[in-house]
Design a protein around this ligand. Structure first.
Ligand code: SF4
Ligand code: SF4
Length: 210
């Protein structure tokens, strides 16, 4: 197994999927007149996981472009994040630790951040492969805005970002990354800190380089 970051063609295609995600997000946030400006919260300290190797690899494409001293700083924060969150989980509490990539409220790897980071704020909808439709209400601040703007009877009119096709594209890239052998790899569920501490994903595939 090679320790890898993504080959340029795959990295470019995930960049395009992310660009499409940004357009979808911008459209809905524009319709709702919603933005993160002035938010006193910062959802980068929320406890959430990521599920695709291809996004993990793309995060590392960005990480490898940082100066070595910055990488070392971030890795130090990541190790601390993992220790603190494990201690919190051991107490059966939900961790709330600032993401190691957040510096002074801003994401150091903004262009390489993952899907969950990109889509969290606005309401969204998605159809699962089994046909079940999932609705996401958006962050608490966007939910407040929606409640102020729409009556209960108007809720079906609330603009929502459609994630289905974007997720399908990600799954397609994930399958390509693994040469159609995704089923041979373990299920992934990692925080960004864990993805950094662990190093780039280890995958035997021609779609990676190191
Ligand atoms: S997504 Fe919502 S909670 Fe997060 S920073 Fe933006 S407004 Fe604040
Ligand atoms: S990767 Fe960036 S956007 Fe995502 S939680 Fe970390 S700092 Fe925030």
């Amino acid at each position: 197994m090679k320790e890898v970051v993504l080959a340029p063609d795959l990295a470019e295609r995930i960049r395009q999927v992310y660009e499409e995600m940004e357009r979808g997000y911008a459209k809905v946030s524009g319709q709702l007149d919603f933005s993160c400006d002035g938010c006193l919260d910062n959802c980068c300290d929320s406890w959430f996981h990521h599920y695709t190797f291809v996004e993990w690899g793309y995060l590392w494409v960005g990480f490898c472009q940082l100066p070595k001293a910055k990488q070392a700083e971030i890795l130090e924060r990541s190790r601390l994040y993992v220790v603190v969150s494990e201690q919190t989980l051991a107490k059966k509490e939900r961790p709330q630790v600032m993401c190691p990539l957040n510096e002074n409220g801003r994401c150091v790897l903004y262009a390489h951040r993952l899907m969950v980071c990109r889509t969290h704020g606005v309401p969204a909808t998605m159809q699962r492969p089994d046909g079940q439709r999932l609705d996401f209400p958006g962050c608490y601040r966007c939910q407040e805005l929606v409640r102020k703007t729409y009556n209960d009877s108007d809720m079906s009119q609330v603009p929502r970002m459609e994630r289905t096709l974007l997720l399908r594209e990600l799954v397609k890239l994930e399958n390509e990354l693994m040469d159609g052998k995704r089923h041979l790899y373990p299920r992934l569920k990692l925080t960004i800190a864990q993805m950094l501490v662990a190093g780039p994903p280890k995958i035997a595939t021609p779609h990676c380089e190191r």
